[in-house]
Design a protein around this ligand. Structure first.
Ligand code: SER
Length: 315
């Protein structure tokens, strides 16, 4: 990677990935794009352009004029929000990926695609979910993720585009809040622990999902995109996860630092059903073997860092 265009740059991943990439590859070599300009490091710390990923002409013009050799395609609507607007979400999530792939083909760029645990469904084995297994998701977000994984495979096979992808678990971070996801509770709980000393979870007890702390996710993107292509058997998309927990586990981890912290439950049936359709824990062997995936943060280490960082932000 030398010249990188990032879509969806003002989302939860983008606001951290863009500065991370600018630090490694140079400020002027990372073009951040988003549908809206949000003040801050992404739009002010280097090149920034407005872009709706459904606009193929504008997308292609930017890839061409910036001379991007890599597209990091983050733009998308998260799972729970997508259920409230399935048609538009399909256009942005699946349609946007198709446009991004066409731009990559046209300009000879590589493409990173963030798939998700949402690419699995109720008929997928839930524990130690294999890299290659049944993928019949029941959300529009998941359907678009599977379609995008397959499109990435197709563009690699048919046109030789260097497509690479990760199936992200729930991502926990302190810079920007996620919006409209099912795993968002695992971010909100830390904010609430500090501001109110308690948290009411919309996900019920005993509901396990894969999770990861943002620094490990950022490192994984760069590691995968810089990996020797001859070692990549799976390409699209690798299972990755750093931990699997239920709400009571993250609550117990917070209690180690804030002993008076209390969790209660007010389950949201929509997000609970989505969570139950996703795996409990992924098998990440392929990512470890093919490009050396090695996350550093477990639940307690992440909790210590999250609470420290959020305190510094006066949350
Ligand atoms: N974290 C995402 C969500 O909850 C899944 O990729 O929608």
């Amino acid at each position: 990677m030398k010249r990188i265009l990032v879509t969806g740059a003002s989302g939860q991943i983008g606001v951290e990935l863009v500065p991370y990439l600018r630090k490694i590859y140079g400020e002027s070599n990372v073009l951040a794009t988003a549908r809206r300009q949000v003040p801050g490091i992404v739009s002010e710390g280097g090149p920034f352009e407005l872009l709706d990923v459904r606009d193929g002409k504008a997308f292609s013009n930017l890839v061409g004029s910036f001379k991007a050799d890599t597209i990091i395609h983050l733009a998308g609507i998260l799972s729970a929000r997508a259920e409230t607007m399935p048609q538009e979400s399909w256009e942005i999530n699946a349609g946007g990926t198709f446009v991004a792939l066409e731009c990559a083909r046209e300009h000879g760029a590589a493409l990173f695609f963030p798939s998700s645990i949402a690419a699995f469904g109720p008929s997928t084995p839930q524990d130690n979910t294999p890299q290659v297994t049944a993928q019949r998701p029941t959300t529009i977000y998941g359907v678009a993720k599977v379609a995008s994984e397959l499109l990435c495979d197709y563009y690699h096979l048919k046109f030789g585009v260097d497509t690479r992808g990760l199936r992200f678990p729930g991502l926990i971070s302190y810079e920007a809040l996620p919006g409209g996801g099912t795993t968002d509770y695992a971010v909100h709980i830390y904010y609430s622990a500090l501001s109110e000393g308690r948290y009411t979870s919309y996900i019920g007890p005993g509901t396990y999902m894969d999770m990861m702390y943002m620094p490990d996710a950022l490192a994984a993107v760069v590691q995968l995109m810089e990996a020797d292509p001859s070692r990549l058997v799976n390409r699209n998309a690798y299972n990755i996860s750093a931990m699997s927990f239920a709400p009571e586990d993250i609550a117990a981890s917070i209690k180690r630092i804030i002993p008076s912290f209390e969790i209660s439950y007010d389950v949201d049936p929509v997000r609970q059903a989505i969570a139950e359709s996703w795996p409990n824990s992924l098998d990440c062997t392929a990512a470890k073997e093919e490009w050396g995936f090695a996350p550093e943060y477990d639940l307690d280490r992440m909790t210590e860092d999250m609470l420290k960082r959020l305190k510094e932000k006066n949350v």
